[in-house]
Design a protein around this ligand. Sequence first.
Ligand SMILES: [Zn+2]
Length: 135
Amino acid sequence: MKRNIDWSDLAMLYKEVLEDMIFQFGYRGIKNKKPVIHTAGFSALERAFKALNWDDPHYLPEEGYTCEVVGCMEKDTAGTHFGILRGNSKLYLRLCSFHYRLSCCALPLPPIKQYALDREAKRDSITNILPTGVC
Ligand SMILES: [Zn+2]
């Protein structure tokens, strides 16, 4: 029995697969003070970028792809509460490895990007869970 293939769904699946591969194996950097992902000259990544019609490097949005400390554009590598008293912190932040290491010390909270503060303000005060659709 022949299956009907929905080519638009298949194209979307391929796009998502290529994006997943790029985000797993691509190289992160900063260009013009903005986060980017690039191929570093690896041919499989170059082909994936080309298939998606992405420039190399490809600019990323700051929100969701960078550390949430003001002025830092490094890749977020950890999600954590800031500070030595982590359990008492209401803010759950995405931090780069440098700011994560700082978060382990008894240092005051550095300035945090507004979009992260806005997101954290939406957490349930009892469960500390974000509402559906907020990430
Ligand atoms: Zn950082």
